[in-house]
Design a protein around this ligand. Sequence first.
Ligand SMILES: *Cc1c(COP(=O)(O)O)cnc(C)c1O
Length: 224
Amino acid sequence: MEVASNLHTIKKRISEAAERAGRHPDEIKIIAVTKYVTPERAKEAFEAGIHHLGENRSEGILAKREAFNEQPIWHFIGSLQTRKVKSIIDKVNVIHSLDRISLAEEIQKRAEKPVDCLVQVNVSGEDTKHGIPPQETMEFVNQLANFDKIRIIGLMTMAPLTDNQDEIRQCFKELKELQVQIQKLLLPFAPCRELSMGMSNDFEIAVEEGSTMVRIGTALVGNE
Ligand SMILES: *Cc1c(COP(=O)(O)O)cnc(C)c1O
């Protein structure tokens, strides 16, 4: 399918989910996850009007950047190895996967200007998932106070691998609750306005639960 027609359908579904939750659809940014597809397909997404693109590997971002004259807003959504920070730090706009102090230290060391980061939280507790345990998230954020190259713009999570919609919804609710707690601290370095949650199979639930950034690959650009 053409990206433009997929986008049309997804926007409609987002609008309807937003409406059910009494939200405005403009509060939700669509990030096209292009990790499975060619640079040409990524360009098609950009030309269809999606200006936020997400990749989960440094090689993916570096290779795709070459295909663009005008660069999209690049989101790094995958687990980020410390040794890869140097090669991507001035090539991404948002890092969704801040999940350890050693990574924060490397970003602090390599970045020339403050970087917008989201703390990845492992709400579901699945061993295979990266992220800070929810009960340690507040302390983790507090520890970032002296990192002047890191701005905590929000939190990110991945729903558990399950067909159980209630379990998925519960995961998103917990991330929202954590966001509210962090916002209450009024930390200048952690405005925490964004919630990055929702993928091809669960973005409507995520929107109903307060997502501001949905990361959609398969349903938008495909997966081959
Ligand atoms: C691959 C990936 C996505 C997109 O997944 P789809 O199910 O294809 O929409 C979103 N977020 C992260 C972190 C991913 O790695």
